[in-house]
Design a protein around this ligand. Structure first.
Ligand code: MN
Length: 131
């Protein structure tokens, strides 16, 4: 098992934040800025976990999750997907889970929560965080 995380996100600030946070824990971040590019990156690359923004400029994150789960690349049926939702109180979270995401986290992104969510599926190559 590798440590490649695909982040599908159109907001450059969030992309930079997550890139720094995950690279500091030894992960490799693959970036996709649209839903369609995200689906094709998941199909072309070796991906161990997907972080998925819901509000994307083309297809939304729910549709991205459905396409990934329905892909002809069979391991995408099982790759962990963490939805990152701006409107967790407005039903985004439930919709994300029914579209095939495993868990969700709310924006604004909290780095410690991000690390914990990611490490629950893919251990950091640097080992557990200290106290
Ligand atoms: Mn967005």
């Amino acid at each position: 098992m590798g440590n490649n995380v695909l982040y599908i996100e159109d907001n450059p600030d969030n992309m930079m934040l997550v890139k720094r946070a995950l690279e500091s824990r030894g992960y490799k971040l693959l970036e996709a800025l649209t839903g369609v590019d995200g689906v094709s990156a998941a199909e072309k690359e070796e991906v161990d976990l997907i972080l998925l923004d819901i509000n994307l400029p083309d297809i939304d994150g729910y549709e991205v999750a459905r396409r990934i789960r329905g892909s002809e690349k069979k391991q995408l049926a099982y790759v962990p997907i963490i939805a990152v939702t701006a409107n967790a109180l407005k039903g985004d979270a439930e919709k994300a889970l029914s579209a095939g995401c495993d868990v969700y986290m709310s924006k604004p992104i909290n780095i410690r929560e991000l690390w914990a969510r990611v490490e629950a599926f893919v251990p950091s190559p640097l080992g557990p965080r200290g106290g």
